[in-house]
Design a protein around this ligand. Structure first.
Ligand SMILES: [Zn+2]
Length: 169
């Protein structure tokens, strides 16, 4: 199940740096630790997709901070549990579904980007900075949509501190 979820993420939200992962970058990666590639986020466990999205302490701190913005406050901190909670309403075109999917997509993307920035550019951001990127990205997307006026949309505006959005006539 976990592998299916991570594969789905990579098909839906292909990490841009993956495309540029040429031989030089892979060799540089190997030089960092030829025997065991240590996760660049927590610097404590072996690097893998499984670890990055489901087990990493850095990623878990991010999920912990953003899950309430996805309307998933009750979810466990791990992404597989978050996704299990999204599945029942993921195919609906409700404001809750849109919000949850945007947050999960943005969080996955920025966790992946942060990993790559640390590995290949020696750039490091804090959990709070990554969360701010996720928040700003999703907020901008929400503002760009045209919504049907409803109680749920008003709740989203309040949660995301959005003062004005486009509403259908
Ligand atoms: Zn880690």
């Amino acid at each position: 199940m976990r592998m299916t979820i991570s594969i789905t993420f990579f098909f839906c939200f292909p990490p841009p740096d993956l495309v540029g992962l040429d031989d030089d970058k892979l060799k540089a990666w190997d030089k960092v630790n030829p025997d065991k590639r240590v996760c660049s986020l927590c610097e404590g466990q072996e690097d893998s997709h499984e670890h990055l999205f489901f087990e990493c302490s850095f990623s878990k701190q991010i999920w912990q901070q953003v899950k309430c913005y996805a309307g998933l406050s009750g979810s466990d901190f791990s992404i597989d549990n978050i996704i299990q909670d999204i599945i029942p309403f993921a195919m609906k075109r409700s404001s809750k579904s849109i919000c949850a999917k945007l947050v999960v997509a943005a969080a996955s993307f920025f966790i992946w980007q942060e990993r790559n920035n640390r590995l290949f550019r020696s750039e490091k951001r804090s959990v709070d900075n990554v969360v701010a990127c996720i928040f700003n990205t999703v907020r901008l997307k929400l503002v760009s949509f045209t919504w049907k006026k409803s109680r749920a949309v008003l709740d989203i505006m309040k949660l995301w501190k959005i003062e004005s959005i486009r509403l259908q006539d």
